[in-house]
Ligand binder design. Structure first.
Ligand code: AMP
Length: 243
């Protein structure tokens, strides 16, 4: 048998290039906090979000293991190509905006680091980005918050238990609520929705729950801020932060 046929047989048996992972951590950011924190911490030039940006915007769909480890950069023979997903641009602008550099730079990072690890389920860029954008637009977390009477505020914090229960009830599965301290104040930062390999919601495992809980550092409440005006037009200048 030639060397290359040995390699083919070996690869068929061992699924060469396929990463091991148990589920997707589908991480969506509270856009208000994601934007506020970049305005507070990152040097200009920053990237503005569109007026109709989603209240929860995608960070990434991350193949992850129950033990808390995750594969990354799994296939460097499939580099990011913007032209493969250009037809999704208007959807991604709203559902998956970058707060810092140009959107395609953000997509390149997420694709090469995470997307290349789930080629067995989402076999190309188009399926990875469109499945993610559709999942986010269908999830309805923002509507669930507003039905529960949770309104964005720069001053009135919200109970993290209420937030977590509301978002979990919204999808009928346990989701993981994460926080971030911005200028010394704890902010609701992101929610992780855990998805099986068919992109169906499952309860997040304890590893995902405890990492998220740590980010909230045993606090009972956090601010759920509105999107600062400067996130729509950083050229207009000042950051309207009350804290
Ligand atoms: P990224 O945008 O992919 O570079 O990830 C942003 C942050 O999330 C980094 O701090 C990573 O360490 C963390 N992260 C990335 N992938 C995962 C994952 N599958 N599970 C948990 N955390 C992750």
């Amino acid at each position: 048998m030639s060397r290359s046929s040995v390699l083919v047989v070996f690869c068929v048996l061992l699924s060469c290039g396929a990463a091991r992972y148990d589920f997707f951590a589908f991480v969506t950011r509270w856009t208000g906090t994601a934007c506020l924190s970049t305005r507070a911490n990152e040097p200009p030039p920053l990237h503005d979000v569109p007026k109709n940006v989603a209240a929860f915007s995608i960070h990434g769909a991350w193949p992850t293991n129950y033990d808390g480890t995750w594969p990354s950069f799994c296939n460097n023979s499939y580099p990011f190509k913007w032209n493969e997903i250009q037809d999704l641009k208007s959807l991604l602008d709203v559902q998956w905006p970058s707060m810092t550099g140009p959107n395609p730079d953000f997509y390149k990072h997420e694709w090469e680091k995470h997307g290349t690890c789930s080629l067995d389920v989402l076999p190309n860029e188009h399926s990875y980005f469109s499945a993610s954008a559709k999942t986010n637009s269908n999830t309805g977390f923002a509507a669930c918050l507003s039905r529960a009477g949770i309104k964005p505020s720069q001053t009135q914090p919200v109970s993290l238990t209420t937030l977590s229960n509301t978002l979990s009830n919204c999808v009928g599965k346990k989701v993981a609520v994460g926080c971030l301290s911005v200028r010394g104040q704890l902010h609701f930062n992101q929610v992780t929705l855990c998805l099986d390999r068919n992109f169906k919601a499952i309860n997040c495992p304890s590893t995902t729950m405890s990492t998220a809980a740590k980010s909230c550092s045993s606090s009972s409440q956090a601010l759920v801020v509105p999107i600062p005006q400067s996130c729509y037009n950083s050229a207009e200048g000042t950051i309207p932060i009350s804290a």
